[in-house]
Design a protein around this ligand. Structure first.
Ligand SMILES: [Zn+2]
Length: 418
């Protein structure tokens, strides 16, 4: 997986040879962001990030929706709670977090088209810490679009990254097969904890969806791996942002036999209460209004993470659901029904537990895929379940049963005796 020019696994080898010290030292060494503030008005807005050392950065604007993205090396964000949720001037809100090992990102949602008039890092001076400063200026749509083509062809991956940390980029982490390893013919199951890094998913108090579903995904992996019958690949194992298309790509590159995306939903306060787990499959028309709303929310992950949607490759994202996918859909639906059958005996299910909608993460044309909303973080009872170890263990157990049943049937129909 390593390009020859990159110092790929060298960093890991050095780390292993010298014990854990270099890695621990490196993680303790991340620059610290201690405060962030906005100033100005709807014509000119300034953003300032207080740091404990100067850093490199790359700033660029994105259209549809209007955003400004600032890629920086991995930073330890120690900002006051709620930072970024309230905007000012040209900034509606902003987020920050990890987008890859070694790379953090700030994403600003803009109220309209704006250009980066100025951006720089200041050394500590006059009792002020080192600062990253971004100055935005209102422009019209035409100027905005022109500035995009002139100065920025943003890449999906941050340009500013610690060389050592690049060695464990997410897609690579998801490809555990070494060239010298014996071929592994076991079915591959991809577990996809939703969101991550800069994208928190839904939030309830201190609990964010990205952490709940990561914990669940890892527990599910451990349970499934125990049988030895499957090879499990995670789309993420830590708090990193993974674009939706990359999640699908991981499943396809691994020739996965099953893709399971894990999420937790929330209802907007004015929409009342809902509870229980729901299992979603892909369809071009949503099965109901709630499924449509949810797919819309989940599909926003890339906009939240600062992915350039206008440049997204369309090969997977826009594939029409046609006859070629009929078999995949049949398998997806079969697994969804098996899963519901197993889960309903142990887990509280939504009153309509099987639904479908246009989830981008389910669009691999050749990998049976389901998305599970484990429950609603907006519902008190569900939230209690979601953070409960015993609930998780029971739920993971029922899902593992469904997976066994699914593959027992697949192997029976596709086996050599056939
Ligand atoms: Zn989600």
């Amino acid at each position: 997986m390593c390009a020859a020019a990159l110092p790929c696994s060298d960093a890991t080898i050095v780390g292993a040879a010298e014990g854990q010290a270099p890695i621990a030292a490196a993680s303790a060494d991340f620059p610290i962001a201690a405060d962030a503030r906005l100033a100005g008005d709807a014509k000119q807005t300034r953003f300032v990030l207080d740091l404990d050392k100067t850093i490199q950065f790359r700033a660029f604007a994105l259209a549809d929706p209007y955003r400004v993205v600032v890629d920086i090396p991995q930073v330890s964000f120690q900002l006051p709670a709620g930072t970024g949720s309230a905007g000012r001037g040209l900034v509606k809100a902003f987020r920050y977090g990890l987008v890859m090992p070694g790379g953090s990102r700030l994403v600003f949602d803009l109220t309209g088209p704006a250009r980066i008039a100025n951006s720089y890092v200041l050394e500590a001076a006059n009792g002020q810490p080192p600062r990253l400063v971004l100055e935005l200026e209102e422009v019209d749509r035409t100027t905005f679009v022109q500035s995009l083509s002139a100065d920025s062809r943003p890449e999906l991956r941050p340009a500013i990254a610690d060389a050592a940390a690049v060695a464990s980029a997410p897609v690579e982490a998801a490809a555990p097969s070494r060239p010298d390893a014996a071929p592994d013919s076991r079915p591959v199951i991809v577990i996809d904890p939703g969101h991550g890094g800069i994208d928190n998913g839904t939030q309830s108090g201190s609990e964010s969806e990205k952490n709940l579903v990561l914990g669940f995904g890892l527990a599910l992996r451990d349970r499934i791996e125990k049988s030895g019958k499957y090879r499990v690949v995670m789309t993420r194992t830590d708090d990193t942002f993974i674009p939706l298309a990359d999640r699908v790509k991981i499943a396809r590159n691994q020739s996965a036999a099953l893709f399971v995306s894990i999420h937790a939903d929330a209802l907007p306060r004015h929409e009342g209460d809902a509870q229980g787990a729901t299992i979603y499959t892909l369809s071009d028309r949503a099965s109901d209004a709630e499924a449509e709303r949810l797919a819309e929310v989940e599909n926003k992950a890339d906009a939240i993470g600062g992915v350039n949607l206008t440049e997204e490759p369309t090969d997977v994202a826009d594939i029409l659901i046609d006859l070629a996918q009929r078999e995949t859909r049949t398998f997806s639906n079969r697994f969804a029904r098996l899963l519901m059958g197993e889960m309903k005996t142990t887990v509280r299910m939504h009153k309509h537990p099987l639904k479908s909608a246009g989830f981008r993460v389910l669009k691999a044309p050749d990998v049976p895929s389901v998305l599970i909303e484990l429950g609603y973080v907006s519902n008190k009872g569900d939230l209690e379940h979601l953070v409960s170890e015993s609930w998780r263990s029971r739920t993971v157990g029922s899902m593992a049963q469904a997976i066994d049943a699914f593959f027992a049937k697949r192997l029976a129909t596709a086996g050599p005796a056939n």
